[in-house]
Design a protein around this ligand. Structure first.
Ligand code: SF4
Length: 324
C-alpha cells in the first residue's frame, strides 16, 4: 500500500557565501549547509533527523519552514510547490517548537496572549472564539484556566516548553518541526515532554520532523530516522531497521556513543572520534572519510550517493557499491 506523502523534498540545496577575517587571515568560500537533500515525509509519521551540531539540520528545518529560500531544489507540501504565493497558507499549516522555550516566547506576554497570538495573526476569530480553542488545549496540556494570567518566569522549564507546544498546536497544523525541543530540559522532564508529543500526535494526527543531536532522544520518538552529516543525508531507514542493521559507519559511531545509564552494564560505548570538518573546506569525496575506519581509495575521489540498499533502507557509502 502506498503511503500518503505530506512533504516531498527534491534535491534541496542551501549554500551560504562566506567572507571574513580571522586572526589576520582572510577566509572566503561557500558553505554547503544543505547539499542535495531529497526526502519524502509521510503523513502522521515522526521522522527523526540526527547529526552533530553544524551538520545542517537546523538550516534544513528553516528552509522547510519557509524562513529562508533554498539555493536550488524544491519543497512540495500537500501537493503544492512551496513558493512566495503559497507561503501564507503554508505558515498556518507548518509550525515549529524551539529548543529554548524561554527565548522563543515573549517574557512580557502572559500565557493567554502567547498561545492565542497565532490565532490573532492568522484568523479573524473573536476573543471568545479564540478562548474556545485555547481552553481545551491548555487543559489537555495539564494547565488550569488560572494559569493563563501568568507570565513565563512563573513557570518551570518543562511548563514553558508545554506553552511552546500549545502555541505550535493552536492553529491545528499538519506538520510540526521540533528543533531540539528537549535538549534544554532536565533528563527527568525530557521523557514527559517526549510522551506528550506522542500523545498529541495520536490524538491530532500531526506529522513531526524531530531534530536532535541526541541519538537516545531520536530513538525514543521516531518512526523513521534520517542521519545527516555535513549537509547530506547519509542514512535513512525505519527506526527498527536502522538499529538492527546499521549500514553507514557514521550512524554506527552515533549509536555506539549512546550512554547506558546503568554503570553495572558493560558496553562497548565509544565516543565519536575527530571533529566535524570545516564546512568551508570539506574533504574531497566522502565527507566522513577523515573519521572513517573503513575509508578506501575511492572514498577520497567520489562522493557516495544516497541509494536504496534494502527495501526502505538508504545509505550513502561506497562499502555498499554494487549492493541494491
Ligand atoms: Fe567510510 Fe568510504 Fe563509506 Fe565514507 S564512503 S563512510 S569513507 S567507507
Amino acid at each position: 500500500m502506498s503511503r500518503d506523502v505530506l512533504i516531498q523534498v527534491n534535491h534541496l540545496k542551501k549554500y551560504f557565501n562566506v567572507s571574513r577575517g580571522i586572526l589576520g587571515h582572510h577566509i572566503e568560500g561557500t558553505v554547503k549547509a544543505v547539499d542535495d537533500v531529497s526526502l519524502s515525509i509521510y503523513r502522521g509519521e515522526t521522522i527523526g533527523l540526527i547529526g552533530e551540531s553544524g551538520c545542517g539540520k537546523s538550516t534544513l528545518s528553516r528552509v522547510l519552514l519557509g524562513l529562508i529560500s533554498p539555493t536550488d531544489g524544491e519543497v512540495i507540501f500537500e501537493g503544492k510547490k512551496m513558493n512566495r504565493k503559497a507561503l501564507k497558507e503554508f505558515r498556518t499549516r507548518v509550525q515549529m517548537v524551539f529548543q529554548d522555550p524561554y527565548s522563543s516566547i515573549d517574557p512580557r506576554m502572559c500565557m493567554r496572549r502567547i498561545i492565542e497570538e497565532p490565532l490573532r495573526i492568522h484568523t479573524s476569530l473573536s476573543r471568545s472564539e479564540r478562548m474556545d480553542l485555547v481552553l481545551p488545549l491548555i487543559k489537555q496540556l495539564g494547565f488550569d484556566e488560572e494559569d493563563l494570567k501568568k507570565y513565563p518566569h512563573e513557570f518551570s522549564g518543562g511548563q514553558r516548553q508545554r506553552i511552546g507546544i500549545a502555541r505550535a498546536f493552536i492553529l491545528e497544523p499538519s506538520f510540526i518541526i521540533c528543533d531540539e525541543p528537549v535538549s534544554a530540559l532536565d533528563v527527568s522532564i525530557q521523557a514527559q515532554i517526549l510522551n506528550l508529543f506522542r500523545q498529541l500526535q495520536r490524538e491530532k494526527g500531526v506529522t513531526y520532523l524531530f531534530i536532535s543531536h541526541d541519538m537516545a532522544v531520536i530513538k525514543h520518538i521516531s518512526d523513521r530516522i534520517a542521519v545527516m552529516y555535513l549537509g547530506r543525508i547519509v542514512e535513512l531507514a525505519s527506526k527498527d531497521e536502522l538499529f538492527s542493521d546499521t549500514l553507514h559507519p557514521y550512524t554506527k559511531a552515533l549509536i555506539e556513543s549512546i550512554p547506558v545509564p546503568d554503570p553495572r552494564i558493560h558496553t562497548s560505548m565509544k565516543p565519536l572520534e575527530g571533529e566535524l570538518p570545516s564546512p568551508i573546506n570539506p574533504p574531497s569525496g566522502c565527507p566522513f572519510r577523515l573519521r572513517c575506519r573503513h575509508a578506501m581509495d575511492i572514498c577520497a575521489s567520489s562522493i557516495p550517493e544516497l541509494r536504496e540498499i534494502k527495501e526502505g533502507h538508504f545509505a550513502a557509502c561506497h562499502l555498499f557499491d554494487g549492493r541494491s
